[in-house]
Design a protein around this ligand. Structure first.
Ligand code: ARG
Length: 459
């Protein structure tokens, strides 16, 4: 069958070319946005007298019926169509006749597809934002539950200083709070309407772009029609935000996987979010966390793919841009699935404070506090650091800990050591004393919890 765009071109393409050109297998996802966009367009055409009011109403009714029928399954997508835009217009014309052919006045598929994709992405961004909020809430609740649990904090994956488990969890809450800001920011630039840009140059008809934008819930209209049809920055930004979220989830996953290993035993993930092995009966694998870590690679791929598609494109629309959608869809769906499962995984995990405490008691993670003790007695930090280092060295050689050294042994290193050294290096003291802003002390952690809860109330 000849194409709707048969003109100069006969509109008869080779079957292979048809399949190659077609995007309906994936852009059918945007049927709702496409129809809603067309309804707003038909309204505007009627309002401005570009088509008659009566025609506008017939078109709007026809489009509404198509939406209903697609939603209730009585109308099926025809995968032989070129794309979702052509499909909807074709069904409309089949159903309402010649009037249907008026819908595409003062419009092009170039502004239509840019509009649909922005509308789709706005919905996804809203969903991602609410999932991020749920995840932050779950993290904050866990942090509250375990704010008094002392664990080793790591640098270079070596035991560094004792911290509250709540403090560690809240670091992730801060990352996801920034992601919420990034989503808000991306939303702002996605929320600009390209419709009315037409093919690239605007139109000779007296359209009302503001009306269409408002009707569809956009905050504003793009300034330049050439940019309106060429701009895919919002896709790049979205996939960059999505990549950052995935990177955060992946780092968190890595820790959850480590912490639930036999070597750490800091946490147990709920059975509902782990799997067994088909051969090793003792296994409990952190598959959900591993998958979130693994899927991060896909989303990075989506970002690189859109950046590469766009890099050499002259203005304005080029068919290369049809390649934007699969990346955006995949990125959005992946992030949404990962966020959903992650919040549940956090909500249901159990920590083992006794194992964390035990790990924190080994590895001299209170050595900084030993040095600080001498500093408080009047010594310069560098000298205190050196003495503390020698004490640790002695303990390692003699298989002792800082807690089991006698006061006489301490005094051999420096005369200012007194009985209060044992309290100064007690793990709880080490944590409690780090009460600087944002620090690990129990009261600082409580403060961080209330700051984040307060921020969540705002938006
Ligand atoms: N399916 C196309 C896309 O996704 C729609 C726009 C087609 N425009 C055109 N001038 N051929 O980009």
């Amino acid at each position: 069958m000849a194409k709707m765009w048969a003109g100069r071109n006969e509109g008869i393409t080779d079957k292979l070319a048809d399949d190659f050109n077609s995007s309906i297998s994936f852009d059918c996802k945007m049927y709702k946005q496409d129809i809603e966009g067309s309804i707003a367009h038909a309204m505007m055409l009627g309002l401005k007298g570009i088509i008659s009011k009566a025609d506008s109403e017939v078109i709007i009714d026809g489009l509404s019926q198509i939406l209903t029928d697609l939603e209730n399954g009585s109308l099926k997508i025809d995968y032989n169509a070129e794309d979702i835009h052509m499909f909807v217009e074709q069904v409309l014309t089949e159903r309402i006749g010649e009037v249907g052919k008026k819908l595409h006045t003062a419009r092009s598929r170039n502004d239509q597809v840019a509009l649909d994709l922005r509308m789709y992405l706005k919905e996804q961004l809203t969903c991602i934002k609410s999932l991020l909020r749920e995840l932050v809430k779950a993290i904050v609740n866990k942090a509250e539950q375990y704010k008094l649990s002392v664990m080793p904090g790591y640098t270079h994956l070596q035991r560094a200083q004792p911290i509250s488990f709540g403090h560690q969890l809240l670091a992730y809450a801060s990352m996801f709070m920034r992601d919420i800001e990034r989503v808000n920011d991306c939303y702002k630039r996605t929320n600009v309407s390209p419709i009315g840009s037409c093919a690239l140059a605007g139109t000779t008809y007296e359209t009302d772009r503001e009306f269409e934008a408002k009707k569809l819930g956009f905050a504003s209209v793009c300034i330049n029609s050439i940019d309106g049809v060429s701009d895919r920055d919002f896709c790049v930004e979205f996939l960059s935000v999505a990549s950052t979220i995935m990177m955060h989830l992946s780092r968190f996953s890595e820790e959850l996987i480590l912490w639930s290993s036999w070597e750490f035993k800091f946490i147990t993930l709920a059975d509902e979010y782990t799997t067994g092995s088909s051969i090793m009966p003792q296994k409990k694998n952190s598959d959900m966390a591993e998958l979130c870590r693994g899927k991060t690679g896909r989303v990075y791929g989506d970002l690189i793919s859109i950046l590469t598609v766009l890099k050499g494109l002259p203005l304005a629309y080029n068919k290369d841009m049809q390649e934007d959608k699969e990346s955006v869809f995949d990125g959005a769906e992946t992030v949404i699935k990962c966020l959903e499962i992650f919040a549940k995984m956090i909500e249901t995990l159990t920590a083992h404070p006794e194992n964390m405490k035990k790990a924190a008691s080994e590895g001299f993670i209170n050595a900084t506090d030993l040095a600080d003790y001498l500093v408080k007695k009047g010594m310069a930090f560098r000298s205190a650091y050196k003495i503390a280092g020698s004490i640790v060295k002695k303990c390692i050689a003699e298989n002792k800990t800082l807690e089991t050294l006698t006061i006489d042994e301490y005094k051999e290193f420096d005369a200012s050591f007194e009985e209060d050294i044992y309290n100064a290096i007690d793990l709880n003291t080490c944590v409690e004393k780090r009460s600087s802003q944002g620090g690990t002390s129990f009261s600082s952690v409580e403060k961080q919890i209330s700051i984040i809860r307060e921020l969540l109330k705002n938006d």
